[in-house]
Ligand binder design. Structure first.
Ligand code: G6P
Length: 611
C-alpha cells in the first residue's frame, strides 16, 4: 500500500525512479510523483497512474543523480495532485515520500499551525515534512538530527525517504511498520518498498528493521537506531530474477500468475516432500514441531484471500490432524479481546508479509504468550521476521492485485502441514500418508490439464459477462473455494458476487435466484456430492443458471447443469487446489471482457499496510 522508490549515485535518477514506480504500482495507483535533486529540487506529481506522471514530466527538467518517487493508495485526503507525494516542507528545505499512517498527525498539525505553518494538502505526510523542517530550523540542527527528533514525536507507521536541499549529498530513510529495502550498488544505493525495482541493478540488499534510520550517501551508508546507536547492516542476497517480475508474454500479470500455478505449487513442495514421497520435511517448523503437534488449538489469522486459504487450512488440519482450529480475520481478532492461551498456536497467513492488521494480531498473540508461525510469500518481509517459525510459500512475486498463485501456494503449505501433523499425531495411517503425498505431487500436472480448457472458460465468461450478480456455492472443503471464487469476481470485474455454503442457500440467497442469476456450484466428487446434486436441483427448480465444477467423467450433473467445467479427480482434501483454477479463469475472462483493469482493480491495493 503506497510504493516508494529512491536512488542516489552517478546515474540519472529519473529513469530508475519511473521504472521503479511502474514495478511498485500494484501497491497503489491513486497518484504518482517524483522529486529530483539537481541544483534545486524539482517535484512533479500527478493524480492517476505512473503513465500519467510520465506524460506530465515529458517536457520537464529531469536532471539529477538523486531522487525519490512515490505511488499512492490514498488514506488521508482525496486522490488528487495536491495530496500526491512527494511533499515539500513549507520553506522548501525538505521533500519526503511516505508509506504508512501518522496517527497523531492532527495534534502535530495543530501545533505547527499555531507556529505559523500553513498546509497545502490534507495528508499526514505533509505534517511530517513540516515537523522535520520546524525542528531543523528552530533547533539549528542537521537534517539527520531533525528527522530523528521528529520521528520520536510520531505515533504510527512509516517507511520514509527524505531529501534535504541543504545537504544534497544524502538521502535519509527510516522504517517503522512499513517495509523498506536498500539495494547496494557500486557507489550507488537504491531504496524501495520491496525488492522488485532493485533486482535489475543489484542483488545485495539490506532490509531495514523497525526503528532503523539509514543515512545514505552515494559511497557510504550508515545505519542507526532511533536512539542514535550505530548499527551494523546485515546484507542479504536476493533470490529473485527480473523475468519473474515481467509479464513474460502474457497480456496481464494475473493471467501469467494463474498459468504459473503448476510451477509455483511444485516450487512450494519441492525439497519438502522427500524424493521417495515417503515423508514431508518442513525445515521452518522443525524446532517448533513438538509444541505444534501438542497444540490444544490452532488459530489461523489472515485477511482477504489469505483468510480463505486459512479456512481451507481449518478443514485440512481438523480432518487430517484432528487439531481444533479457528480461523479469524486478523482485524476482528485483534479488536475483540480474544482468548489466547499459552498452548495455542497461531498461524498467520500473508502473501506480502506486511498486512498491517495481521502484523498487529501477531503482536497481540505474542504478548499473550502464544507461539506464532507464519505462512508468507515475500522473503524478508515483516511477518516472517516477527514469528517463531513458519514456512515460505515460494510462489514467486505476485504482482496482480487479485491473489491467485499465492492462494494455491498457501493451501499447498497448509496441506503439507496437515499431512505432517496427522502423521506425527498418529491420526493418518502409513498408507494414507503416502497416498496423500502422492496426490499432492500429482496436483501440478492436474492443474496443467485444467489450464488447457481455458478456451471453454472464456466462452462461458462471454455468456455471463453482463450479469449483475453471481452466487458461488460449495460444501466442506469447497466452501472456502466458493468464497474465494466470489471474491475474485467482485475484485476484478466489479460484479456483485457472494459465496455461500451450498446448504445455506435455502436460508436466504435462494430468494435471489431467477433466470438471470448465474450460480457457480463446486460439485466435484467428495462426501457431500449427493447433497450438492440436490442443491443444484433446487437452483434449477427456480430457473437459475448453473455453472458446475465437476470431476471428470461426471454424467449426473451434466444432465442438470447449464454448463460443466471439468477438473481431474483428486482426494477431496486436495480438491481446493484444483477447483479454484476454473474460478480464477472465469473471473479473469469476465473482467477482461468488461474492459476492467485486471491487474490494478479500482480502489484496491496489494499490500495493505494500513489498519
Ligand atoms: C489485499 C489484497 C488481497 C490479499 C489481502 C491480504 O486485500 O488485494 O489479494 O489477499 O490484501 O494480503 P496478504 O499480503 O496479507 O496476503
Amino acid at each position: 500500500m503506497c510504493g516508494i522508490v529512491a536512488y542516489i549515485g552517478s546515474k540519472p535518477a529519473y529513469p530508475i525512479l519511473i521504472n521503479g514506480l511502474k514495478r511498485l504500482e500494484y501497491r497503489g495507483y491513486d497518484s504518482a510523483g517524483i522529486a529530483l535533486l539537481d541544483k534545486n529540487i524539482s517535484t512533479y506529481k500527478r493524480k492517476g497512474k505512473v503513465s500519467d506522471l510520465e506524460a506530465f514530466v515529458e517536457d520537464k527538467n529531469t536532471n539529477g543523480f538523486i531522487g525519490i518517487g512515490h505511488t499512492r493508495w490514498a488514506t488521508h485526503g482525496a486522490p488528487n495532485d495536491v495530496n500526491a507525494h512527494p511533499h515539500v516542507s513549507q520553506h522548501g528545505h525538505f521533500v519526503i515520500i511516505h508509506n504508512g499512517i501518522i496517527e497523531n498527525y492532527g495534534r502535530l498539525k495543530k501545533r505547527l499551525e499555531d507556529r505559523g505553518y500553513k498546509f497545502q494538502s490534507e495528508t499526514d505526510t505533509e505534517v511530517l515534512s513540516n515537523l522535520i523542517e520546524y525542528i531543523y530550523l528552530k533547533g539549528n540542527v542537521s537534517a539527520e538530527i531533525a528527522v530523528r527528533l521528529a520521528l520520536t514525536k510520531v505515533i504510527g507507521a512509516y517507511g520514509l525517504v527524505i531529501m534535504c536541499k541543504d545537504e544534497p549529498d544524502k538521502l535519509i530513510a527510516a522504517r517503522k511498520g512499513s517495509p523498506l529495502v536498500i539495494g547496494i550498488g557500486k557507489e550507488e544505493y537504491y531504496l524501495a518498498s520491496d525488492a522488485t525495482p532493485i533486482v535489475e541493478y543489484t542483488k545485495s540488499v539490506i532490509y531495514l528493521n523497525e526503528n532503523d534510520i539509514a543515512i545514505i550517501k552515494k559511497d557510504e551508508l550508515s545505519l542507526k537506531s532511533l536512539t542514535n546507536e550505530k548499527l551494523t547492516p546485515e546484507i542479504h542476497t536476493l533470490d529473485l530474477d527480473v523475468d519473474e517480475i515481467e509479464k513474460g508474454g502474457y497480456e496481464h500479470y494475473m493471467l501469467k500468475e494463474i498459468f504459473e500455478q503448476p510451477r509455483s505449487i511444485l516450487d512450494t513442495f519441492r525439497g519438502r516432500v522427500v524424493p521417495d514421497m515417503s515423508a514431508i520435511h518442513l525445515g521452518g517448523l522443525l524446532e517448533v514441531l513438538p509444541r505444534l503437534k501438542e497444540a490444544k488449538r490452532i488459530i489461523i489469522i489472515g485477511c482477504g484471500t489469505s483468510w480463505h486459504a486459512g479456512l481451507v487450512g481449518e478443514y485440512l488440519l481438523e480432518d487430517l490432524a484432528r487439531i481444533p482450529v479457528e480461523v479469524e480475520y486478523a482485524s476482528e481478532f485483534r479488536y475483540r479481546n480474544p482468548i489466547i492461551n499459552k498452548d495455542d498456536v497461531i498461524i498467520a497467513i500473508s502473501q506480502s508479509g506486511e498486512t498491517a492488521d495481521t502484523l498487529a494480531a501477531i503482536q497481540l498473540a505474542k504478548e499473550n504468550g502464544a507461539m506464532v508461525l507464519g505462512i508468507c510469500n515475500v522473503v524478508g518481509s515483516s511477518i516472517p521476521r516477527l514469528t517463531d517459525g513458519g514456512v515460505y510459500t515460494h510462489a514467486g512475486p505476485e504482482i496482480g492485485v487479485a491473489s491467485t498463485k499465492a492462494f494455491t501456494a498457501q493451501v499447498t503449505v497448509l496441506t503439507m502441514m496437515a499431512i505432517l501433523l496427522g502423521r506425527e499425531r498418529n491420526i493418518i495411517s502409513d498408507e494414507n500418508y503416502k497416498k496423500l503425498i502422492l496426490e499432492l505431487v500429482s496436483i501440478p500436472e492436474k492443474i496443467e490439464k485444467i489450464l488447457t480448457y481455458s478456451a471453454v472458460f472464456e466462452k462461458i465468461a462471454a455468456l455471463y459477462k453482463n450479469a449483475n450478480n453471481f452466487l458461488y456455492l460449495g460444501r466442506g472443503y469447497f466452501f472456502p473455494v466458493a468464497l474465494e471464487g466470489a471474491l475474485k469476481l467482485k475484485e476484478i470485474s466489479y460484479i456483485h458476487a457472494e459465496g455461500y455454503p451450498a446448504a445455506e442457500m435455502k436460508h436466504g440467497p435462494i430468494a435471489l435466484i431467477d433466470e438471470k442469476m448465474p450460480i457457480v456450484v463446486i460439485a466435484a466428487k467428495d462426501k457431500s456430492y449427493e447433497k450438492v446434486v440436490s442443491n443444484i436441483q433446487e437452483v434449477k427448480a427456480r430457473k437459475g443458471i448453473v455453472i458446475a465444477i465437476v470431476t471428470e467423467g461426471d454424467t449426473i450433473i451434466k444432465e442438470m447443469a447449464d454448463h460443466v467445467l471439468e477438473i481431474p479427480y483428486t482426494h477431496e482434501a486436495l480438491g481446493p487446489l484444483l477447483a479454484v483454477i476454473p474460478l480464477q479463469l472465469l473471473s479473469y475472462y469476465i473482467a477482461v471482457m468488461r474492459g476492467c483493469n485486471v491487474d490494478q482493480p479500482r480502489n484496491l491495493a496489494k499490500s495493505v499496510t494500513v489498519e
